[in-house]
Design a protein around this ligand. Structure first.
Ligand code: FRU
Length: 482
């Protein structure tokens, strides 16, 4: 399909039943559907939205263009979960169907306010000259499952920002509601702005100031900023586009990074004593990560495993994108640790000792340890010639490298096929999740994460150890997908 602007913005009601049926059939032919990672029902999935807890359930929406592997007219699609592992679609959507979100219900967040879930998002509006007018708007999800859009703009585009102004994230500090919005100033530099709901009224947002997070001002846009609080410390997760590589070395087209502050001054919008810029995920595609503090204070995050402006092998089936697993966040020694939630273990269908195997169904977990002095090498999604996704530990260099050049369907070559990270000395613990076309590697109990997409050829279903003294377990995992 050639995705012209006209097709991408064709109104939902103008797609025929036949076109939708054909799309479903084409989507279903993809050999790369995940078994336990969230995927779009049809078309393209991008950012996680509205990740929250409401009415006894975990709520998550995904950004979606439902008609193919393209960034077109976006909607939100709702999922619910009881355990943060299995998410099911509820049928509820935020459609781009009003004058305030006519060209897309863009990204945003959610928080329970009084007896409803307040959804705070960006209405993407284009005028007749195709000029964009971003509007921060809202909707209320009632306990009976009905959705009510608030018929007013909650935050207008400020006069000192361009039309890149979006992705409101709401959070609560004591009794008050705050929100941050990502934007671009008139010098085309990215910023993050803090607002406060006057008298706790979510219809009345007042600017506090630009978030002071020691912004280096090299990025041209900050997408999807999120503030979460861990042990009272603010952690800013964000996606600075166009960040100078001298400031931070990254290989992905756009990075997803974080900074930790010692404390947060909500009256001056300052993250006090901000630490260095850090990599959230050392892999290939983590983006638009959304974090939030659950009612008990625990911080969770989930990421889009995909990047803007990148094509994927699954595009040939007009299907693109998936979510990461939900990650529980904690701070240790000034670093963010990310671990899968405990209930992920419920997916395990058995346990075996680690050993090479020619056949897997490409949906499993590995829990491995590698002694301090040992080099090691593993191949996942491997064919009988042991070509696939290679994970290598080189002790002399002190580096762990992942190389996806051995996969049957290579892509995004422009941004490189290897990623690596510096390993601390000592034994290395790896917890690896493999799912049809997705892998997530948690290193040393979440000290580092390296994840990505991998599109194996038909015969790439093995896993092998080609070097080293590796011990641990293999767990086949359940299929919760389609
Ligand atoms: C990030 C992003 C957001 C925007 C959304 C549109 O991937 O560009 O900034 O709200 O996607 O789908």
């Amino acid at each position: 399909m050639k995705w012209t602007t006209e097709l991408r913005y064709k109104r939902y009601e103008d797609w025929t039943e036949q076109e939708v049926q054909d799309l479903k059939e084409l989507n279903a032919q993809s050999p790369w559907h995940n078994h336990y990672h969230v995927e779009p029902a049809t078309g393209l999935l991008n950012d996680p939205n509205g990740f929250s807890y409401f009415d006894g359930k975990w709520i998550l929406f995904y950004q979606n263009f439902p008609f193919g592997a393209a960034h077109g007219l976006k909607q939100w699609v709702q999922l619910e979960s009881n355990d943060l592992v299995t998410f099911k679609e509820t049928g509820l959507k935020i459609l781009p169907d009003t004058p305030l979100d006519s060209h897309g219900a863009y990204s945003g967040s959610a928080l329970q306010v009084a007896d409803q879930l307040f959804l705070f998002y960006t209405g993407n509006v284009r005028d007749e000259y195709w000029v964009r007018h971003p509007k921060q708007i809202g909707a209320l999800l009632h306990r009976d499952g009905t959705l009510e859009k608030i018929d007013q703009v909650l935050i207008e585009q400020p006069s000192d920002a361009t039309d890149h102004f979006r992705d409101p994230q709401i959070f609560q500090l004591e009794e008050d509601y705050y929100a941050i919005v990502g934007g671009q100033d008139l010098d085309q530099k990215g910023f993050v702005r803090l607002y406060k709901a006057e008298n706790k009224d979510i219809r009345n947002w007042v600017k506090v100031g630009d978030l002071d997070f020691a912004n280096d001002r090299t990025a041209y846009m900050m997408e999807c900023p999120n503030l979460v609080f861990i042990d009272q410390q603010p952690v800013l997760l964000y996606c600075p586009q166009g960040l100078d590589k001298e400031i931070f070395d990254y290989q992905n087209i756009y990075p997803n990074l974080y900074k930790i502050g010692q404390s947060f001054d909500r009256t001056t919008a300052q993250m006090v004593d901000v630490g260095p810029l850090m990599q959230l995920d050392y892999g290939f595609e983590t983006y638009a990560t959304q974090g939030f503090n659950a009612p008990d204070g625990t911080a969770y995050a989930i990421s889009w495993m995909g990047l803007p402006d990148v094509s994927y092998p699954s595009d040939q089936y007009e299907h693109q994108g998936c979510m990461s697993l939900v990650k529980k966040l904690s701070l240790r020694d000034g670093k963010l640790y990310q671990e899968p939630v405990e209930s992920i273990k419920n997916l395990r269908q058995g346990q075996e000792d680690w050993a090479d195997r020619l056949e897997t169904n490409n949906s499993y977990e590995l829990e491995l340890s590698i002694p301090a002095q040992e080099d090691a090498s593993l191949v996942l999604f491997a064919n009988p010639a042991k070509e696939g996704l290679q994970i290598q530990i080189d002790r002399q260099a002190g580096v762990l490298t992942v190389d996806r050049s051995g996969l049957g369907n290579r892509f995004d070559l422009e941004h490189g096929e290897t990623r690596s990270l510096d390993l601390p000395e000592g034994d290395t613990k790896l917890r690896i999740f493999v799912d049809q076309s997705t892998f997530e590697i948690f290193i040393n109990d979440g000290e580092f994460v390296l994840s990505g997409r991998a599109f194996p050829g038909q015969d790439q279903t093995g896993c092998y150890q080609t070097k080293g003294q590796v011990t641990g377990h293999y767990y086949p995992l359940a299929n919760h997908g389609r």
